[in-house]
Design a protein around this ligand. Sequence first.
Ligand code: ADP
Ligand code: TPW
Ligand code: MG
Length: 583
Amino acid sequence: MTVVTKQIDMAASDVADAPMELTDGFHLVIDALKLNGITTIYGVPGIPITDLGRMAQAEGMRVLSFRHEQNAGNAAAIAGFLTKKPGICLTVSAPGFLNGLTALANATTNCFPMILISGSSEREIVDLQQGDYEEMDQLAIAKPLCKAAFRVLHACDIGIGIARAIRAAVSGRPGGVYLDLPAKLFSQVIDAEAGAKSLVKVIDAAPAQLPAPSSIARALDELRNAKRPTIILGKGAAYAQADELVRELVERSGIPYVPMSMAKGLLPDTHPLSAGAARSTALKDSDVVLLVGARLNWLLSHGKGKTWGAPGSKRFIQIDIEPREMDSNVEIVAPVVGDIGSCVAALLDGIREEWSGAPAEWVETIRAKREANIAKMAPKLARNAAPMDFHSALGALRTVIKERPDALLVNEGANTLDLARGIIDMYQPRKRLDVGTWGVMGIGMGFAVAAAVETGKPVLAIEGDSAFGFSGMEVETICRYKLPVCIVIFNNNGIYRGTDTDPTGRDPATTVFVADSRYDRMMEAFGGVGAQVFTPEELKRAVDEAMDSGRPTLINAMIDPAAGSESGNIGSLNPQSVIKRKA
Ligand code: ADP
Ligand code: TPW
Ligand code: MG
């Protein structure tokens, strides 16, 4: 319990024999977080939360200061994904709050639990629009972009406010929560004992949600009748930390599975039932599909269209904690609503009782397709090409992760993202962190910092040169905290490619950057290690050195500017004009 030592001036008649011990808003926020096992804050200091950060550090919390709130917010969000506890992002009012808001919205979209705590200006002045310092009605602005938003006006309500924020972030479908703390709150003084009593320790913040037995029976019927079943594992399954149950579901049922990007490694990508390298066949030719913590959004072509074969050829079973996810895009014939651990355990009970095994012919079809695709890819990955293309460079990094399966992999870009996702096998759960549901650029350095801080493991961040630019200034943060992060920039001089030109000849093309930029020197500027490499062999050697030393490192990997394709794998979503005008 923290106590403010200063005594308030009181009329003599108020002073009892013993002086009253006091606390204030600052201390109550810190005590409430600590009481709930929250030990790390990601943020940027300034009015009115500068002292909150200082005091939290003095009270033993880890407080990581960033160079931009969006990166701190992304760090908090991925900390939430990795730990199942809400990640905390702390910002100043209006502009700092808005900078953090993108990360909060992204966390909500991805179902990552985080709490954005922003200081705010005085209500009386904000509401009369009298032009306060950094005036903004932050609560109203945050509301549509997160799962829940709360404001605390009285110090005695801080305990409840933080308890509500924690519960909202992690219960049911996880997501982002906004907590508005006006400047005046922090210095409000109350009796320390009353303050301590006002704190709430959240019991069972994300209670198990058991599926109805009838929904399990329905799902089992569908699975038993399937001739060509496929399981799709999504990042909800990774988040749930029900790793052993998920593995048993796949292995006992013998059903091939396709991992979504951030579910890779839930079972090793080299698993005999992995259909990762036979994804098209597994989706198109299956008859029954079991979705485990994956939405039928654009990343799965909304469950229809040519990805999924003939119309009406599919029967979908879906496990999700959010009932309203069912039938969002296509009919779900067997909705199973509950938390993944409980739902998978219930399915397994049924499978243990009665199961005749997955159809051997289908499993063999998938296996053969997978092996053929892997064999076709192998020579491209093994080339010691100069200049490097994406495949040969990623071939080298694939070996790095194979040799260091406990490292975390952060990945963003277009070609750099799509090709790395396919090429680099993952071996352990929650090791691959990437752009998620929005395909947002800018998560790189925030994710890398939190991955290192939360796990203590080495981090390899594979970044398109454009993608890196969105959060690149945080290399200073990585150096400042001496984090074991190795950044590899796939430097192809631009977005998708570095070969475009302005037809008028006036400016650089809209998609290109300064040619042959030395990103490695940015790292050196802050005391980290920089290297520039031109071949896969050099790349592998430089990454190994970085990962062995644990020193912050940035490797500028020079990629053939002509090697990439427009929008990576999602060129089909990119509208292009067919009308050519004369200049
Ligand atoms: P991906 O992008 O990997 O396909 P999505 O983000 O689309 O995954 O889907 C994740 C889903 O997992 C969401 O619908 C979310 O409600 C669900 N989910 C998250 N946590 C749990 C959990 N503990 N139990 C059940 N479902 C969960
Ligand atoms: C917040 C649009 C998608 S991918 C990308 C941009 C700008 C960069 C691709 O170039 P990069 O990769 O990283 O060099 P590569 O290997 O193909 O050359 N703003 C936001 N999010 C997105 N997704 C974009 C813009 C985009
Ligand atoms: Mg690029």
